[in-house]
Ligand binder design. Structure first.
Ligand code: CDP
Ligand code: MG
Length: 157
């Protein structure tokens, strides 16, 4: 069976950068087999934060969320691979870190919702919109030789 190759947006939030674990978190995804398709360090302006979190407008945590993500630089990345959206969400763990399983990023490193380290796209439609918002100049398409040992490409021979 051939799995669907997807792209997903990951944002290592200000708490990850301030704690000095943003690249360690990114390394988990890369080690899993996902391919980096785009990467940038940036300070998020309020307008950008509002667009990114537009789906949460009106919720009780919206203002805190917008302030929190624009408080200090973030690392944004596009990751690519078979079922990338679900794979990354599983690795990130539950939104509320006290409910996140050990072994997940939030379950291993976070305690509270506003300091849960990572944003990850939750569906193909939101991933496409978010990638356009964070990487308006596009992403980089390429393959790695190792891919055939981690994906359906080249298997089972
Ligand atoms: O990030 P995730 O997709 O897991 O959760 P979300 O429902 O899309 O919410 C976005 C972010 O809002 C979360 O990652 C939390 O930082 C924050 N949040 C919160 O602080 N308290 C909640 N009850 C829900 C979300
Ligand atoms: Mg979300």
């Amino acid at each position: 069976m051939t799995e669907t190759v997807q792209r997903t947006l990951v944002v290592l939030k200000p708490d990850a950068v301030q704690r000095g674990i943003s690249v360690d978190i990114l390394a988990r995804f890369e080690r899993r087999g996902l391919r980096l398709a785009a990467l940038r360090l940036m300070k998020v302006e309020r307008a950008m934060a509002e667009r990114h979190y537009a789906v949460h407008k009106g919720k009780f945590f919206y203002d805190d969320l917008v302030k929190t993500i624009s408080a200090s630089p973030v690392v944004a990345a596009v990751l690519e691979g078979p079922n990338a959206i679900a794979v990354v969400r599983m690795m990130v763990g539950s939104t509320r870190p006290h409910e996140a399983a050990p072994g997940t990023i939030r379950g291993d490193y976070a305690l509270v919702g506003l300091r849960n380290l990572v944003h990850a796209s939750d569906a193909p439609e939101t991933a496409a919109e978010e990638i356009k918002l964070w990487f308006p100049d596009g992403v980089v398409s390429y393959t790695r030789d190792i891919e055939r040992w981690m994906t359906d490409e080249g298997a089972p021979s």
